[in-house]
Every structure is written in structure tokens, then in C-alpha cells.
Design a protein. Structure first.
Length: 597
């Protein structure tokens, strides 16, 4: 950890942009810098907070999905693949958040301890107060968020008690005592929520310009003008954390803590999770505000291409990263005939989870599923998210043949190392108008959705159903879990006007639970949720990843055979991740989670 403090301070200086590590730690005392530099150099102060943003763990790539039953990778060196097949250990943990989260928390603590002394170079006292409030609110929110991701990755049972991680509320230096015991899981959840609540004291519900009549009372009493408020909290700040985003964080954390794997700590309840989710959903108008095309947000290309940095978010998005132009994801995931590496291969397990268009699971007698035509009359989300045999992909709209006896590069298990191992390629998240041909390659804009309203709708549905059943209005909402699931399925074109399968599930909390979890699996697939959902539910981690081998019979008909692709090798204790091996070796008070070495 001490070595990491050195790296962290050098990182601050890198953002400040002018100071080398030599300046900080060599004997040239006349040029030595310390944290008090931020008092007279606001850029330095802002750089400290910017580092906490830069360290956020959001990933636009479907990395963790290949460690679940939803996908595999054709890359034999993929660390998540290795993890899922038996290599996961406390010293080989691609899911570790230890160093990055504690680095970010250190930045937040440094900022919070010193921000009130910064001589913010703005034109008036009220404007300086506004900016300081904005920065301070962001620092509290970021500290809570980084602690949540740290907790999620490293909490676990120790001698039968659910433990969290050491909570750091003060910055550390070389004189600090790093040999700290772990706080309990509940103490960590309470701290996260307290930081979010503190952040809400300083941040607006939503960034945006206001008129003179709408300047908040606190600043109006200080003589603040709308022009000043709009500089400190206006539309140019969109993309930073605000009150709406914090409301989503709180719903996420509450549902996480109420889930089966963490419920023994009594840190949250399903009623509380439903209440917080409903409070977040009030910002979009509840059920009536559900985005009609939110299920294919990544494919709304005209909307994405027209989205500026300070524009309001699309109706589906609560929090997003910047729009960036690239073809990296397509290069990783397009089929090889389109010059891609085909890295993320959806499984048959996931394909089978998509119901028929009439809403019934494919295993139900009333579904009408035809094993000889497995992709016909299915939930429209299947072909929107997954490239199945015979469908088109790419800017050239090429037909992709994934069959085992295909003569193209795209067939099952070709020796090129870039073909599918399951019979499927990824479609979700990709732009279909990207061209990777080296002679005419193109890039396109991509939108990173960090939090979608659909996730919070599903959070509410899960919590409300567990709390009071399928049809109860929980937490002040004017709708039920049933209402949410009905709206989500209807917008995707599933279930028709009556959705008879949903009506069956309406009578049973257990059947509704199964349906909600499946809808969550489908709607959020390849967005790095499944790994964490399976663990918080304490669901089956060992389901073998399967695929589909397609061959052509003598009569020209296609023959479909389900195949095993990759066995999952998870142990029972792996519902919780490990504390890093090196940290446990260094610090005697830091105890490892049960089962891990």
C-alpha cells in the first residue's frame, strides 16, 4: 500500500500537468511540493478530484460476461475465461478493485480535507462557494461510489460473519497505520449511503441553466445571480454526478445489500430498495416515462451521432460517458470475414433464455417453439443482441454463416482463432455501419451507458416482488413489479396484447422472481451485470457454457445440435471474491474471506 501512495501522489501531479515525481521526492527542498499547493493553485485541486473520476471502473466492453453462462471468449489468454475455468485465485483476480478503488478514495479524502482552503479563482465569493459546493458534492459521491465497487468485489464471510473492507475517511501518508482490520459489511453500506446523502446537500437534482427566478435560495440569499449559478451548476457540467445519478446509486446499493448473498448482514431491506428505486424512477415519470426504444439504445445511431457533450441524456440513460468515435469494439467482436476477431461469443444458454414472441419460454408447451427453426418467432431482442446463423452484419450487410460445415471464416471453430466457438457472434453494443476493411475502414460514434433507467426499473421490480409480491405497489410507487415487467416486455414486442405467460406469473412470487431475473438477464446482457447478479442471488455458477453446431443434411435441411463449449469451475465460496493475496500477507489485521488462501 505504501508503494501505491507514491504512485497516487505522482498521479495527482500528472493531472496537475507540471510537477514531476522527482520534484516531490528528491532532496531539492526549494522545489518540493505538497498538498498545500492546491490552496493557491485551483488547477491542482481540480486535478485531484479529476483523478477520482478517471478511476471509475465503468467499461464499455462486455468483459465480465465471458466469466458467466452468457458468453465465452475465443481468446485463450482472456483472463476472465481463465478465471471461469478454474484459475481464479487471490493472486490471479481480474475482478480485483483493491488498488484502484483505494487510490480513488485517497483522492477524494485529500480533496475533502483541503477544498475549503482553496483560493478558487472566481469573480465573487458566491461563485467561489458555488464551485466549492459542486466539487465537494462530487467528492462525497465519488467516495461512496468507489467504496461500493470495492465492497462488491471484496466483501465476504469471515468465520460466519459478513465482512466488508477497511473504511478510509482520512487521507494517508507515509506515517499512516496501514495495518487496519476490515469493517463489517453493514458499516460499509451505511458509510456509502451516508456519503451519498452528504453529496445531496451540495449537488443539484440535475445540471442545467436556470433563470433568475430559479436560483436556489441558499445562493440567492448570498446575492447569487443566475449567470453565476449557470457557470457553477449549468449545462456545461452535464456528465458529472448529480442528484438524479445519486438516486440511482442508492437504489443499486440497497438492492445489492438486500440480496440473498448479503441479507444476513441486515444492511438493507427489499422495501427500502423498492422505495429508493421508485424515487429514482419518479424523475422519468415512472412507468409512463419508460423509453419506447430503450431496449436498443446502442442502435439509435442518429440520436447518438447528434448527441453533444452538454446535451441532455437520451430518455433511456441516467448517466453516460462521453460519446467517442472508434471501431475498437467492432474490431474485437465482428466475425472474421468482416475483419473482426470474434472475441465475445454468446452462449446457447443465453439464446435459450429468450422467449418466443408470444412471451412463453421455449420450454413451455404453449410456446410454439420449433427446434428445426430455432430462431423463428422469437423475442425480437434475440436478433438485436445476438448474431445468429444466416443474419447480416456490418456496413456491407454481409450474411454470416456460423455453421460447423461452413466454408467461410465465420464457421464454428475455424482454425483462424477468430471464429465463433458457440455458433454465435455479438451484435449488442456494436455499430452495424462500421467498416473494418483496411482499404476503406470507418469509425462511428459510440455511447457508453453507465446507468440505464431499465436497470432501475428492474431493480424496483425485483425488490417490490420480494417485498410484497407481484402486484403490490411498494415504496410509494403507483405501479407494481408486474406493471414494470409488462411494460418492458411490451416495448420489445413480447407477449402480444395480453402476455398470457406474464399473467400466469402474476399469481406467484416465485414464478415472477424467475421471470424478473430472466428479463434482467436479457435486457442487461453484455453490460457487465450478469457476473454480479449471479453472485448476489447465490444462483448456479457452474452451468456449462453451451453452443449450437449447425450442419446441412443431404436433403439441404439444417440440423441443429447443442454442444458443450466450456465448463465452469467455480467453488461454493466464490460467491464472494478474495482479498488480494499480497495484502493479506502484508497486514496481520486484514483477514481473508473464507475459502480463499
Amino acid at each position: 500500500m505504501k508503494q501505491n501512495i507514491l504512485k497516487l501522489v505522482c498521479g495527482v501531479c500528472a493531472v496537475y500537468g507540471c510537477v514531476s515525481c522527482d520534484d516531490l521526492f528528491e532532496p531539492a527542498l526549494e522545489n518540493n511540493q505538497d498538498i498545500t499547493q492546491m490552496y493557491t493553485t485551483p488547477e491542482f485541486a481540480r486535478g485531484i478530484l479529476d483523478n477520482a473520476y478517471l478511476l471509475l471502473p465503468y467499461d464499455a466492453n462486455p468483459t465480465t460476461d465471458v466469466a458467466t453462462d452468457d458468453a465465452v471468449s475465443n481468446d485463450i489468454d482472456n483472463s476472465y475465461k481463465q478465471m471461469a475455468t478454474g484459475a481464479w485465485a487471490s493472486d490471479m483476480n481480474p475482478m480485483s478493485q483493491w488498488d484502484s478503488r483505494y487510490h480513488a478514495i485517497q483522492y477524494c479524502n485529500l480533496f475533502l480535507e483541503n477544498c475549503d482552503q482553496v483560493q478558487w479563482a472566481y469573480s465573487s465569493d458566491v461563485l467561489r462557494t458555488m464551485y466549492n459546493d459542486n466539487y465537494k458534492g462530487n467528492a462525497y459521491a465519488l467516495r461512496g461510489l468507489h467504496l461500493f465497487y470495492l465492497l462488491r468485489a471484496h466483501c465476504g464471510m469471515v468465520d460466519g460473519e459478513l465482512m466488508g473492507v477497511p473504511i478510509h475517511l482520512a487521507s494517508e501518508d507515509y506515517s499512516s497505520d496501514f495495518n487496519q482490520p476490515r469493517n463489517t459489511f453493514k458499516e460499509c453500506i451505511d458509510r456509502i449511503m451516508a456519503d451519498f446523502d452528504e453529496a445531496l446537500k451540495y449537488l443539484p437534482e440535475q445540471y442545467g441553466d436556470v433563470s433568475a427566478d430559479n436560483v436556489p435560495g441558499k445562493y440567492k440569499q448570498m446575492g447569487g445571480q443566475d449567470t453565476e449559478y449557470n457557470r457553477a451548476f449549468g449545462k456545461n457540467h452535464r456528465g458529472k454526478i448529480d442528484g438524479r445519478i445519486i438516486s440511482a446509486f442508492k437504489a443499486q446499493v440497497a438492492l445489492f445489500a438486500a440480496s440473498p448473498a448479503y441479507a444476513p448482514a441486515a444492511a438493507s431491506t427489499y422495501e427500502e430498495a423498492a422505495r429508493l428505486a421508485a424515487a429514482c424512477l419518479a424523475y422519468c415519470g415512472g412507468i409512463s416515462g419508460i423509453s419506447a426504444d430503450g431496449w436498443k439504445w446502442f442502435a439509435n445511431t442518429s440520436q447518438i451521432d447528434g448527441l453533444g457533450a452538454t446535451d441532455p441524456n437520451p430518455a433511456e440513460i441516467i448517466w453516460r460517458g462521453n460519446v467517442s468515435k472508434s471501431n475498437t469494439l467492432e474490431s474485437d467482436c465482428y466475425p472474421p470475414s468482416l475483419y473482426g476477431s470474434g472475441r465475445v461469443n454468446p452462449t446457447q444458454n443465453l439464446v435459450d433464455a429468450f422467449p418466443m414472441a408470444n412471451g412463453y419460454p421455449i420450454t413451455a408447451a404453449a410456446s410454439g417453439y420449433d427446434a428445426a427453426k430455432p430462431y423463428e418467432n422469437r423475442d425480437p431482442r434475440l436478433k438485436q443482441y445476438i448474431l445468429v446463423n444466416g443474419e447480416k452484419q456490418g456496413a456491407v450487410s454481409a450474411v454470416i454463416n456460423t455453421a460447423a460445415d461452413a466454408t467461410t471464416l465465420d464457421g464454428l471453430n475455424r482454425e483462424n482463432g477468430s471464429s465463433t466457438t458457440t455458433g454465435y457472434y455479438l451484435r449488442k453494443l456494436l455499430r452495424s455501419d462500421v467498416n473494418l476493411d483496411p482499404s476503406s475502414s470507418t469509425e462511428q460514434n459510440h455511447l457508453q451507458a453507465r446507468i440505464r433507467y431499465t436497470e432501475i426499473f428492474l431493480d424496483y421490480a425485483e425488490a417490490a416482488n420480494e417485498a410484497q409480491g407481484p402486484t403490490a405497489h411498494v415504496g410509494g410507487a403507483a405501479y407494481s413489479a408486474y406493471d414494470v415487467v409488462k411494460a418492458i416486455r411490451k416495448r420489445a414486442g413480447v407477449g402480444g396484447d395480453t402476455d398470457p405467460y406474464l399473467e400466469e406469473c402474476k399469481a406467484s412470487k416465485e414464478k415472477m422472481r424467475e421471470l424478473i431475473r430472466n428479463e434482467r438477464r436479457l435486457e442487461l446482457c453484455f453490460e457487465n451485470h450478469r457476473f454480479w447478479d449471479l453472485r448476489r442471488w447465490q444462483a448456479n455458477l457452474k452451468e456449462t457454457a453451451s453452443g449450437m453446431s449447425i450442419t446441412t443434411a443431404a436433403d439441404g435441411s439444417l440440423q441443429y445440435k447443442k454442444i458443450d463449449v466450456e465448463k465452469r469451475d467455480y467453488k461454493e465460496y466464490m460467491y464472494y471474491g478474495p482479498i488480494p493475496y499480497g495484502e493479506v500477507l502484508k497486514w496481520s489485521n486484514l483477514r481473508q474471506n473464507d475459502g480463499w488462501k
